[in-house]
Unconditional design. Structure first.
Length: 523
């Protein structure tokens, strides 16, 4: 800080300060001018990264700008100095002073004019008055560069309390140089800080600013600079870049973890379905038994007892639809057999695809965990198969069903959630459903391949679920409107959940969760 103070003092001493303002949390800008040249002093009171640097250019925002200490300006900046025994920087103006106090969570900027004391961040008035007296009595005329032999007998805590400007890293550096003579080592380390080339060290995502020759950072990557201001600039930029990288990496890993959980759940459900086996043969058997016994069946009967010719003529009871003719009941079982064959085959294909996807996700996860390359993570974040778009990220907000092991169906939870599902999540070629003339959930059938025709049976199942999540839930039959999402519009000012349909078709269905529809729990 002493070198940074000296550089800032040489550049800003004698310049005119016109204003102080803030447009970012924990940052203050002093707007200065010297010989028609604008200079900006940026001060950070962020306890995790306190600093001050000069800038030749700074773009002031047109709004959300907070003016500070207006009664102090314009004024001439006389000098900038640092306390001899504390991390306290004083900016002396003609009739007032600014003090940058760097003390962990209490880091703040104070303005003193006559007997009035104010602070940038909210501070206890009584504590501020105490600080005012402390600031007035602090020595800003010299920097401590040597230490007493008696300091060798002090504990780490006692040294840090006695010399507040010494940080733990500087004390660690001194002990690495000579643990038996800490006083001499501190003198040596501070001499290096004042004279060696400024440097930015980096290793495994950690970034530190110091000078060349620090044992503490031996083996780290090092970049040196001609000025401390240049080093601080680079440190701040690198720090922000690293934090963005870590944030992006964390976000991507979180996204992959959620996708892994969903895929694992899907694999387990599909495996249970596959292990249960196909009922195609059973349905064909029942259909054939009904054909053999057509003459014994009568419309209106809920079941029929027949001899099972496939199993020693033992009697077997077969459930039938009393509203259908004997022939149509037989056909219904044959249709079930065909559907079962298709669904079982699709479940097997989906299981294999899901296992492949799970393995790819694990591979991606491992690659991200091991990489320190921001560009590689950025590429995976924007182009990788593991990354879900913002559109996909909101799908957990809706109820979800999987129809016939293949088609994803999403159901809104309330009016606002319906709007989110329809206007933000649904794609143009997705199918949209809603029970007619009653309040209910918007329901969206996700279409992954618009060139593939969706079976009518799937549309009916989706409509049945839409009716089930509506006021028509208890009806024996309910009409459900359906259309492509691109024909669903919402005008400005419409109530939550309200939409217009440019075109629609209607399905008459029983409100239910049909067979072959699996609810995906988000727990």
């Amino acid at each position: 800080m002493s070198r940074l103070t000296a550089e800032a003092d040489s550049l800003l001493s004698g310049c005119k300060v016109f204003s102080a303002f803030s447009q970012e949390k924990d940052k203050i800008i002093l707007e200065c001018r010297r010989k028609e040249q604008d200079i900006f002093l940026e001060i950070s009171v962020n306890p995790h990264m306190p600093y001050f640097i000069t800038r030749e250019k700074f773009t002031k925002a047109k709004k959300n700008v907070l003016s500070l200490f207006e009664d102090l300006f314009p004024s001439t900046l006389l000098n900038i100095s640092i306390a001899s025994s504390d991390r306290l920087i004083k900016i002396t103006l003609q009739c007032s002073e600014l003090y940058l106090m760097i003390r962990g969570s209490r880091t703040n900027l104070f303005a003193l004019k006559e007997e009035a004391v104010r602070s940038f961040k909210k501070s206890d008035p009584a504590a501020a008055k105490v600080l005012q007296k402390e600031f007035r009595n602090t020595d800003f005329n010299s920097i401590r560069t040597s230490f007493l032999p008696e300091d060798n007998y002090l504990s780490d805590k006692e040294i840090l309390n006695k010399y507040p400007f010494i940080g733990r890293e500087l004390l660690t550096e001194a002990k690495l140089r000579d643990e038996t003579d800490v006083a001499a080592s501190l003198t040596s380390a501070i001499s290096d800080l004042l004279n060696n080339k400024p440097a930015v060290y980096s290793s495994g995502g950690e970034i530190k600013i110091a000078v060349e020759g620090f044992i503490l950072f031996k083996g780290w990557n090092i970049e040196t600079f001609d000025s401390i201001t240049g080093a601080v600039y680079h440190y701040i930029a690198k720090k922000h870049s690293t934090e963005n990288f870590e944030s992006r990496k964390k976000s991507l890993l979180s996204s992959i973890e959620k996708e892994l959980e969903r895929t694992a759940s899907r694999i387990n459900n599909l495996l249970s379905r596959i292990d249960a086996g196909s009922k195609e043969e059973d349905y064909n058997k029942l259909g054939n038994l009904l054909l053999i016994n057509l003459d014994k069946m009568h419309k209106g009967t809920p079941e029929i007892t027949v001899d099972d010719v496939y199993s020693d003529n033992k009697e077997i009871k077969i459930k039938v639809d009393p509203s259908l003719s004997p022939q149509k009941n037989a056909d219904k079982y044959f249709q079930k057999a065909r559907s079962e064959k298709i669904n079982y085959s699709k479940s097997t294909e989906l299981y294999q695809a899901s296992v492949k996807k799970y393995n790819e996700l694990k591979e991606k996860q491992q690659k991200i965990l091991l990489t320190d390359n921001p560009e590689e993570v950025k590429k995976m974040d924007t182009n990788g198969k593991t990354d879900r778009s913002a559109n996909e990220d909101i799908r957990d907000k809706f109820r979800q069903y999987v129809i016939d092991g293949k088609y994803n169906l999403y159901v809104g939870r309330d009016s606002k959630n319906n709007d989110l599902l329809t206007t933000k999540f649904a794609k143009q070629n997705d199918y949209w459903f809603h029970a007619r003339s009653v309040s209910g959930s918007h329901t969206v059938l996700r279409i992954e391949n618009s060139k593939e025709a969706v079976p009518k049976s799937v549309l009916k199942k989706a409509a049945a679920i839409a009716a089930f999540h509506s006021k028509a839930k208890t009806a024996s039959l309910a009409p459900v409107s359906y259309t492509l999402k691109k024909y669903v519009t919402k005008k400005k000012g419409m109530e939550p959940g309200k939409v217009n349909l440019l075109k629609e078709e209607v399905l008459l269905v029983k409100p239910e969760i049909p067979a072959g529809c699996e609810y995906i729990s988000k727990d």
